[in-house]
Design a protein around this ligand. Sequence first.
Ligand code: PTJ
Length: 265
Amino acid sequence: MITNKNNHSDVPKTHPRYESLKYRHRIIEGMENLVVAEAGLIAHGRGECFDYILGEKTNEAAKRAIKAAVAMLLLAKKPVISVNGNTAALVPHELVKLSNVIDAPLEINLFYRKVGRINAIKNVLEKAGAIDIRGINEEKMVEIEGLDSNRRLVESIQNSDVIMVPLEDGDRTEVLKRIGKKVIAVDLNPISRTSIWADITIIDNIVRTLPVMIAVAKKLKHVDKKELQSIIDNFNNRKNILLSLETIIRHVKRQKKVAFKIVKN
Ligand code: PTJ
């Protein structure tokens, strides 16, 4: 059927890359509804590329980082989950579920503060069941010193001890670290500034990470504090990032053989 829009329904479920295209369309629809910034499309494409060379799987390194991240969130006094446009468009229900299991509010924090975006994201989160949403009330906002981008405008992040920052551009994590915060990043790029500066970097697609985090949080919620602390103490972020880079190298080498066979035939 010919329409005046490129719709999600144009993608047949039998398409070999249906899952990937499904999320691509969530981003496109998010942009049409103001949830996603125009630059969010480009950020998503960069993520897709890293996911491709990571094998599009939650690997062992990511699983280890997820466990440590959940332990850190459960031990935190004031944890908070920072939400941007891409995350809200891709996984609104999962954000709300994680926020409920670990008892951490969601705070909308945007790089591009185009008129109407905060409200559009608030609506998406509310529709997914969120009740405690921060970052929507201009009067309550304060500035994080040393940060020039719009991300400096926060409501509860300045008083939090552990901040989860999914899909973030490079300027904030470094500043948050400098003011003594613990940062958990979710970023498919293992060598981004955010990945390198974070205390715990989950190198995985947010659409796979959140369901695993929710399941792990349900289990770890009943574990004593000492055990949670030992999970964190036994985690080494630098080592884990290197493991992810090794995963990419191994996967690309494997794909090289596959491609060679196909071309030869
Ligand atoms: O909604 P806003 O205004 O706050 O803006 C959000 C974007 C994403 C546009 C902004 O933060 C930005 O420009 O980010 P960057 O610098 O492109 O960084 C985003 C990072 O997230 C990149 O390293 C991507 O590889 C990574 N990424 C993209 N999609 C995913 C992802 N990581 C995990 N899961 C994904 N689905």
